[in-house]
Design a protein around this ligand. Structure first.
Ligand code: HEC
Ligand code: HEC
Ligand code: HEC
Ligand code: HEC
Ligand code: HEC
Length: 451
C-alpha cells in the first residue's frame, strides 16, 4: 500500500516536472535573457565552433536583411491589422530570435541595436534544449532548460565552465525539426524540411540532418581538449553556393540524332536530386525559385529559346514561367488598396523566358492568390519540387524554325536558382545578394539538321 502510494507520488512528480516547462507558444515570456549565456562566453574555449557559427545563418537569424524586412515591413503591420495572424508578431521570434521570445521581448528592438535578439539562434539556446513537447516537432516546440548543464552528443566530457550531459535528442532530425517544420495560423504546413526528410530514403537509412549540415571531422571541441571526431557547426544551406551547386544533376538527349530541316526535334532532360536529404527547394519554398531554361544554337550561331512541353497535371500553370501578376497580399501591410501585385516569376528574357519549367509548390492566401507570406497561407498548390533521390524528366518538342541553318544544332539546359523571386525583392528593396542567379547545373546535347 505504502509502496503504491510512493509510486503515485513519484509519477505525479515526474509528469508535473515535464508539464511545468512550457514549450512552443506557451513558452512566451517564461524566461529572462540572463538565463542564457552569450556566444562570446563560449568562444573563449570553443574557438572553431564559434567562428563557424558566426558565418552560418544561425547567427544571422534575426539580423539578416531579408528577415528584418519581412518581419518589420510585412509580418508586424499585417499582424496588427488581421486578428487571424496576430500571433506571428511574437511567433516569428520563436525560431529567429528565440531568446527574445522566451524573455517576452516582442517585437524585439530592430536588428543592430545591441539587444540580445541579435544573437539569433545561439549556442546556449541549442545546448540547453532537452527535448520537445508533443508528437511532431514544429513551431519551436523544443523544451528549454537553461543553466550550468549543457546538453551535448557525448558522455562524460569535462569542462571547467559548465557541466555536460549526453543527450540523444541532439543527434536526431527531430531536434532540427522543431524549427524546420512550420504550421501557419491556417493549419497549413508552410515549412516541412523535416517532414520531407522523414518520408524519404535518408530517414529510412538513418542519415539525420546533422550528417550533411554538421559533418564530423577530426578536430577539437574546445581549445584545451583532446582531438576527436567533432561535429562541425557549418549549417550550410541556400546561402552557400557550394552546397547548392550540383545538388541536382542534369543530363539530356534527343530522341533522334538526325532531323530534317522542316520537322521537329524532341529533347529529354533528366533532373536527379542526388545530394539533398529533402525536396529541392525546401524550407522557405514560398521565396525560392528553381527553373530550367533550354536554348538551341544552330551552326551559324543563332540562338533560340525552347519552351517545355506541358504535362497536363492540375495546377501546372504555376510551374511554367509566365508574365502574370501575384503576391497581391503584400498590399495589406503596405496599405496599398487594390494592390495589383508584382510579376509572379521574374521573366526577364535573359536567364528566364516564358515557357521555362519551374520546380515549386505555390502558396495561396485566403483569397486564392499566390503569396510569399507563409503566415498568410491557407492552402498549397501542386507540389512540383524534386524529392530526395527523385528523378524528373522534362520533354521539349521544338518545331525547327524556317530559317534554321543546316548542320549541328546544340541544345543547352541550365538549371537556375534564386533565393527570392526578383520582382518581390525589387518591390521591397531587398539587397541583391538574395536574388543573384545561381547556376545549379548545366547539360548539353546536339542534333544534326539536314535538307
Ligand atoms: C572555460 C572553457 C569553456 C567555456 C567558456 C565553455 N566550454 Fe563547453 N566545454 C569545454 C570543454 C573543455 C569541454 C569538453 C570537451 C572535450 O572533452 O572534448 C566542453 C564541452 C562542451 C559540450 C559538449 C558536451 C557533450 O556532452 O558532448 C558542449 C555542448 C558545450 N561544451 C557547450 C558550451 C556552451 C554552449 C558554452 C557557452 C555557453 C560553453 N560550452 C562554454 C570548455 C568550455
Ligand atoms: C531554434 C531553432 C532552430 C533549430 C533548433 C535549428 N535551426 Fe536551422 N535555422 C533556424 C533559422 C531561424 C534559420 C534561418 C536563418 C535565416 O536565414 O534567417 C536556420 C537556418 C538553417 C540553415 C541555413 C539555411 C539557408 O538558407 O542557408 C541550415 C542548413 C539549417 N538551419 C540546418 C539546421 C540543422 C541541420 C539543425 C539541427 C541540427 C537546425 N538547423 C536546427 C532555426 C533553427
Ligand atoms: C542550431 C543548434 C546549435 C547551435 C546554434 C550550436 N550548436 Fe553545438 N551542437 C548542436 C548539435 C545538434 C550538436 C551534436 C551534433 C551531432 O553529434 O550530431 C552539437 C555539438 C556541439 C559540441 C560537441 C561536438 C562533438 O561532436 O563532440 C560542442 C562542444 C558544441 N556543439 C558547442 C557549441 C558552441 C560553442 C556553439 C556556439 C558557437 C554551438 N555549439 C552552437 C547544435 C547547435
Ligand atoms: C543527404 C544530405 C542531406 C540531408 C540528410 C539533409 N540535407 Fe539539408 N541540404 C542538403 C543540400 C545538398 C542542400 C542544398 C540544396 C537545397 O537547397 O535543397 C540542403 C539545403 C538545406 C537547407 C536550405 C534550404 C533553403 O532553400 O533555404 C536547409 C534549411 C536544410 N537543408 C535543412 C535540413 C534539415 C533540417 C535536415 C533534416 C531534417 C536536412 N537538411 C537533411 C543536404 C542534406
Ligand atoms: C518554426 C520556425 C520558424 C518560424 C515560426 C518562422 N521562421 Fe522564418 N525561417 C525558419 C527557418 C528554419 C528558415 C530557414 C530555412 C529555410 O529557408 O529553408 C527561415 C527562413 C526565413 C526567411 C528567409 C531567409 C533568407 O535569407 O532566405 C525569412 C525572410 C523568414 N524566415 C522570416 C520569417 C518571418 C517574418 C516569420 C514570422 C511570420 C518567420 N520567419 C517565422 C524558421 C521559422
Amino acid at each position: 500500500m505504502r509502496f503504491a502510494l510512493i509510486l503515485v507520488f513519484l509519477s505525479t512528480l515526474v509528469s508535473a516536472a515535464v508539464a511545468d516547462i512550457p514549450a512552443g507558444e506557451d513558452a512566451l515570456g517564461t524566461r529572462s535573457y540572463d538565463d542564457y549565456e552569450r556566444p562570446e562566453v563560449c568562444a573563449a574555449c570553443h574557438v572553431d565552433f564559434y567562428q563557424q557559427w558566426t558565418q552560418a545563418m544561425m547567427s544571422q537569424a534575426y539580423v539578416h536583411h531579408w528577415d528584418e524586412i519581412e518581419y518589420f515591413e510585412l509580418a508586424i503591420p499585417h499582424a496588427e491589422k488581421d486578428e487571424k495572424v496576430a500571433g506571428v508578431k511574437a511567433g516569428c521570434n520563436g525560431c529567429h530570435a528565440p531568446l527574445s521570445f522566451l524573455a517576452g521581448d516582442v517585437p524585439p528592438p530592430p536588428p543592430g541595436s545591441g539587444s540580445r535578439a541579435d544573437e539569433g539562434v545561439s549556442c546556449d539556446l541549442c545546448h540547453t534544449i532537452t527535448g520537445f513537447a508533443g508528437d511532431i516537432p514544429y513551431n519551436f516546440n523544443w523544451i528549454s532548460e537553461p543553466g550550468r548543464m549543457k546538453q551535448g552528443p557525448k558522455p562524460g566530457l569535462v569542462s571547467p565552465h559548465h557541466d555536460t550531459v549526453e543527450n540523444e535528442f541532439l543527434k536526431t532530425a527531430d531536434f532540427c525539426g522543431t524549427c524546420h517544420n512550420e504550421m501557419s495560423p491556417y493549419g497549413i504546413w508552410v515549412k516541412s524540411t523535416h517532414l520531407e526528410w522523414s518520408e524519404g530514403p535518408y530517414a529510412e537509412q538513418g542519415v539525420p540532418c546533422q550528417q550533411c549540415h554538421m559533418p564530423k571531422a577530426m578536430g577539437r571541441n574546445a581549445k584545451m581538449s583532446e582531438p576527436d571526431l567533432v561535429a562541425q557547426h557549418l549549417f550550410h544551406g541556400a546561402h552557400d553556393e557550394g552546397k547548392l551547386k550540383g545538388a541536382i544533376e542534369l543530363r539530356m538527349h534527343p530522341e533522334e540524332r538526325e532531323t530534317e530541316w522542316d520537322s521537329s526535334a524532341v529533347i529529354k532532360v533528366q533532373l536527379f536530386n542526388g545530394k539533398a536529404g529533402h525536396k529541392i527547394p525546401t524550407g522557405s519554398v514560398e521565396d525560392r525559385i528553381l527553373w530550367l531554361h533550354v536554348t538551341a544554337t544552330d551552326s551559324e550561331g543563332k540562338t533560340y529559346h525552347v519552351p517545355v512541353d506541358a504535362k497536363g497535371f492540375a495546377g501546372e500553370e504555376y510551374t511554367i514561367a509566365a508574365e502574370t501578376l501575384a503576391y497581391q497580399d503584400m498590399g495589406i501591410a503596405k496599405e496599398i488598396p487594390d494592390f495589383a501585385g508584382v510579376q509572379r516569376d521574374g521573366v526577364s528574357g535573359d536567364d528566364m523566358d516564358v515557357g521555362d519549367r519551374i520546380f515549386r509548390m505555390p502558396y495561396f492566401d485566403p483569397q486564392g492568390r499566390m503569396t510569399i507570406q507563409q503566415w498568410n497561407t491557407s492552402s498549397l498548390g501542386v507540389d512540383y519540387r524534386i524529392g530526395p533521390r527523385e528523378t524528373k524528366i522534362e520533354t521539349f518538342t521544338w518545331t525547327l524554325p524556317d530559317d534554321i541553318a543546316q548542320g549541328r544544332v546544340v541544345f543547352t539546359a541550365t538549371l537556375n536558382y534564386k533565393k527570392l523571386v526578383e520582382p518581390v525583392a525589387e518591390f521591397l528593396n531587398v539587397p541583391d545578394d538574395e536574388t543573384e542567379t545561381i547556376v545549379i547545373n548545366t547539360a548539353s546535347t546536339w542534333i544534326e539538321v539536314y535538307e
